[in-house]
Design a protein around this ligand. Structure first.
Ligand SMILES: *Cc1c(COP(=O)(O)O)cnc(C)c1O
Ligand SMILES: [Zn+2]
Length: 425
């Protein structure tokens, strides 16, 4: 595998270092828990990349504007992007000021990072875009992943952009809209009669057996690198200022690990002056990291996950080491929110900011409301909330968040009758 950058891969558990040619995915001493961190020579990067010229790049309105800060072979990337598909358009999502929502919370500076409008409608496109390029570099004939839904939909969609055959393992309980995405993009789909964990292990086993390139989150070291681009965008969209805190929904912990990595890269490059506090938000029914945080322990005890936010319904977070580190090293915190608080957050985001999020997608915002009620954020701080997945992916939950519409006869009289005592929203 070639890359434009000299990188090393460092085990998050033992610190052992490898070159990309030495290992495929994880630290051989630690098996699947030996997740690797991609490390750069920042002096070299600083010489090669300037933040002033990012906007002039031919791939500017996408995350590929940061390709020189990603471990990619530039020629493979150019080949892949020559197809001119939605893969070219991943990232560079809007950062909205959301002033009406901010006012209703009593905040002065609130921004929403809207990843509901990624090509396959979730944040996961950031990682899957990179996965497809890495698979091409490895000259893999097939790419595979296990996923609770969105990572699979993202890989499926990104693979369709380049015509890369792919095999997807999802729990049989995945929401229908996400399975529909997989099928319409033409993936080979296995609905595993078991948990996400079982699908995850099966996917790795199959990738070894058949020589498929494996995208699994918290296994493939490059996925964090795709996810870190959200921090580059936030900093650049704020004029190279760091916000005071960033709220991130957390399941496996890969997104928050990526957010941390992005800001760490920027600090090392000297492009920002300080780190924001990272706040990880989990659903109460899947809050293994919150529990560990409250106990002040690195020991994460698995829970029996139960929440309607399927994208963060995780018993034992795979990227727990990176997730705990992200919060600890930035002076942040972990918070849990109930499913009812998530549904209320979905309503408020939609009504006060015009963004329709799936339950996990609104969980960061539910966490902000909790943090405000507990005095963990002060009203003058600059707050960014990640909105990670589109509400159309889970219409059933959206209907739980709202009341029913009014049925009427097709006459003006019926409209008038229905409006009596019903002020317009
Ligand atoms: C995957 C996902 C998350 C959580 O990301 P992790 O890396 O598992 O912590 C949050 N929201 C949405 C919409 C997701 O798809
Ligand atoms: Zn190790």
């Amino acid at each position: 595998m070639t890359s434009n950058l000299a990188i090393t891969l460092r085990c998050v558990l033992c610190g052992a270092q490898y070159t990309p040619g030495e290992v495929d995915y994880v630290c051989p001493k630690h098996g699947n828990d030996g997740i690797l961190d991609v490390q750069y020579d920042y002096d070299e990067l600083r010489r090669r990349v300037r933040r002033q010229t990012l906007a002039d790049d031919r791939y500017a309105p996408s995350l590929w504007r940061y390709r020189r800060l990603l471990p990619l072979d530039p020629r493979t990337l150019d080949e892949v992007l020559a197809g001119d598909t939605p893969l070219n358009d991943v990232g560079w999502t809007p950062l909205f000021r959301a002033s009406r929502l901010a006012a209703s919370l009593g905040l002065r500076h609130l921004h929403l990072k809207d990843d509901t409008r990624q090509p396959t409608a979730s944040f996961k496109d950031r990682a899957s875009a990179l996965a497809v390029v890495k698979a091409r570099e490895a000259e893999a004939a097939v790419i595979t992943t296990a996923s609770s839904g969105n990572a699979a939909a993202a890989l499926s969609g990104m693979a369709a952009c380049v015509g890369l055959p792919n095999v997807i393992f999802v729990p049989a309980s995945a929401p229908p809209a996400k399975v529909a995405q997989l099928l319409i993009f033409g993936s080979t789909v296995f609905l595993v009669e078991g948990t996400y964990d079982q699908a995850f292990d099966l996917c790795i086993e199959a990738s070894h057996e058949f020589g498929w390139y494996c995208r699994n989150t918290a296994y493939n070291p490059y996925m964090t690198e795709g996810k870190k681009t959200v921090s580059f965008e936030i900093a650049e969209q704020l004029g190279w200022q760091s916000p005071d805190c960033v709220f991130v929904p957390v399941g496996d912990g890969c997104i928050i690990g990526g957010v941390h990595k992005g800001f760490r890269d920027l600090l090392a490059l000297g492009w920002i002056e300080r780190m924001p506090r990272l706040v990880g938000v989990q659903a109460e029914g899947a809050a293994a990291l919150v529990h560990a945080w409250q106990r002040g322990s690195d020991e994460v005890v698995p829970v029996e996950a139960q929440t309607l936010a399927d994208s963060i319904s995780v018993g034992l977070p795979r990227d727990r080491v990176k997730a705990l580190r992200a919060v600890r090293e930035t002076g942040g915190t972990f918070l849990a929110v109930s499913d009812d608080e998530i549904l209320a957050a979905m309503r408020l985001l939609a009504r006060e900011a015009g963004i329709f999020a799936e339950p996990a997608g609104a969980t960061g915002f539910a966490g902000l409301q909790k943090a405000l009620s507990e005095g963990l954020v002060n009203p003058d701080e600059h707050v960014v909330v990640l909105v990670t997945g589109n509400g159309l992916k889970d219409v059933e939950s959206a209907m739980k968040a709202t009341g029913q519409a009014t049925r009427i006869a097709p006459s003006l009289r019926a409209v008038k009758e229905a409006l009596v005592g019903e002020p317009l929203a």
